[in-house]
Design a binder for this molecule. Sequence first.
Ligand SMILES: [Zn+2]
Length: 306
Amino acid sequence: MPKGLSYTDTGLDRAALLRRKDAWTAKRLRDPDTRILPVWRNRNLIRPGDTPKAASLKGKTAQKFLRIASDVALLGVNGKVVYFAADASDCEPEELKSVSRRAEFIDLRQVGPVMEPREAAILAYARAMMYWHRNHRYCGVCGSPTENRQGGHVRVCTGADCERPHFPRTDPAVIMLVTRLGKGGEACLLARQAAWPEGMYSTLAGFVEPGERLEEAVVREVLEESGVSVADVEYRNSQPWPFPASLMVGFRASATSRRIKFDKEELEDARWFTRDEIGNFEKLGFRLPRSDSIARWLVDTWLAEE
Ligand SMILES: [Zn+2]
């Protein structure tokens, strides 16, 4: 069976009731045992190595980082240890050297697949929260600055006549493995974009639009991108994808037409592949999507059904 999905299951209690209490949050931030997970310009603080590790700060180093951080958000509690993410994107690299020590600010996309899954999930959560904070410094209604509240899980507009609360956002996207039964057995539809690594083919995907059910988005995206009609759209799994701010909602769908006529603006190619072909994918000069993606999980799950 395919393994679990990356970037899910942080193992943290998000402490949604406690984080509403400012006094509790302030006390936890001063606690020398509290762990701070630093983020800088969408990169997490990581100790490189064969199995890269999340670098968390505590004690005096944590306090030092909090003084230069522009935003902080509670991630959650594990046993007695409280975890926060903090963002210092406004700092220049030299200002970070005294806190980062042997660790480096690294893009999680580069190391996520080889990290311990729970650590990768916590870093993904930290990165997603800090991305939201940095991109919601101003109110979308009146343009006034917003303020971090409730342990970093709300930003409230400071405009006197506005005071609108803004909540962390994640953009839903559908991602789907389309299959059909042909003469050579079952086949699945994979496609590639010109910008992807050479030979890589993946499932189709696209953002959900306002006024649309997830299943409708699947049917529309497959038709727009590949010209293939689908039915029997079935939910399979979902994955937070913090690159930068999506929730990938994974589906299977059955093709009701075979001919591919792909959208040349979005795709470089789209093809049907049988299980045998995917079994020999690299020999044929192709490669599957990255191992930490739900795209790969959808393909692996389908292969395991044989
Ligand atoms: Zn406002």
